[in-house]
Ligand binder design. Structure first.
Ligand SMILES: NC(=O)c1ccc[n+]([C@@H]2O[C@H](COP(=O)([O-])OP(=O)(O)OC[C@H]3O[C@@H](n4cnc5c(N)ncnc54)[C@H](OP(=O)(O)O)[C@@H]3O)[C@@H](O)[C@H]2O)c1
Length: 293
């Protein structure tokens, strides 16, 4: 398949490219960063898809600065809502399968078990609201699209919680991390493997599987426990103490859901996949870090 990846410099885009370009995969990957395709431009989307003629688009382009979005609403919606719709429309115009990525932050965090796809959405902040509007724009423009919701994404690329913890762990004797927000961390390498498994299906069958799916490793944790695992498993020369704090001790512009774990069973059933525990992803990510050091 010819696979177009947007938002090409982002952490997920890089992992998807590495996974799907592997020798023997049978795929051709075209990865475009913002200078190659600004998804906020409908004309640019239509033109690039017309020239590229992909079989599939993986739309990784997004406004992901959760706190900044609170004071930058128009930009967040221009990219996460309008732009998402333009990509889905352009995919439809060339009969490409549109795969779009969304977020656990579409939920308000009041659930007492992992969220399933049919649970009601009620985002707490602008970022989540813009991503929810994006899901709606995607299906309005392209009813055969696939939306994959992700949570707590991390990798050795770009900026993310895991990298921040490793950096601070080398600088400080103590890390203070919130312990009252529950969720599931997901390594981009694990996400890329799950996405690659989808392409065992042909284009027509993929389009018949349209809808929303939660793509997530198993097991629930919290940011403090995740930080502790990162510090423990990274074999640091002088590991810091990791202290649990409450969300109220660490005020941020955007409110975040207190519980945003998602259940990946629907994805597993549709695409013949089995998610592993999130700790396996952390081990893979740390092993990759050592290999590339
Ligand atoms: N990170 C998480 O924890 C998380 C959690 C749940 C869901 N997700 C979703 O997963 C997807 C991938 O996220 P990620 O973690 O890979 O984010 P990321 O590392 O921030 O990458 C996003 C990329 O999108 C690009 N971009 C922004 N505006 C664009 C535009 N108008 N046109 C083209 N490209 C544009 C950015 O480029 P610039 O560098 O030029 O701005 C950046 O390279 C997103 O849909 C995100 O909402 C992420």
């Amino acid at each position: 398949m010819k696979i177009l990846i947007t938002g090409g410099n982002g952490q997920l885009a890089l992992a998807l490219d590495r996974r799907l370009s592997r020798e023997g995969s049978g795929h051709t990957v075209v990865r475009l960063d913002r200078s190659g395709l600004n998804i906020a431009s409908r004309a640019a989307c239509l033109q690039v898809f017309d020239e590229c003629r992909p079989d599939v688009v993986l739309n990784c382009a997004a406004y992901t600065a959760v706190d900044r979005a609170e004071s930058d609403r128009d930009a967040a919606f221009a990219i996460n809502a309008d732009g998402a719709g333009f990509v889905a429309e352009a995919a439809s115009a060339v009969n490409a399968v549109a795969v779009h990525f969304s977020t656990d932050y579409v939920f308000d965090g009041s659930a007492t078990r992992p969220y399933v796809e049919s649970d009601p959405c009620a985002p707490l902040g602008v970022y989540g609201a813009s991503k929810l509007a994006g899901e709606q724009a995607v299906f309005a423009a392209n009813p055969s699209a696939i939306v994959l919701r992700l949570s707590w994404v991390y990798s050795n690329d770009g900026a993310n919680f895991y990298k921040t913890m490793l950096r601070l762990a080398a600088e400080r004797p103590e890390l203070r991390v919130v312990a009252d927000q529950l969720g599931i961390p997901n390594f981009t390498g694990d996400i890329a493997d799950a996405v690659a498994a989808m392409f065992a299906l042909d284009k027509k069958t993929l389009q018949e599987q349209s809808g929303i799916y939660h793509l997530s490793s198993r097991g629930i944790t919290n940011w403090h426990a995740f930080a502790s695992e990162i510090v423990d498993r990274a074999n640091l020369p002088s590991p810091p103490t990791v202290t649990a704090i409450a969300t109220s001790d660490y005020p941020t512009p955007a409110r975040r859901p207190a519980m945003s774990a998602m259940d990946g069973s629907r994805f597993e059933a549709a695409f013949g996949w089995r998610f592993g525990p999130w700790q396996h992803g952390l081990d893979r990510c740390l092993a990759e870090r050592i290999r590339s050091a």
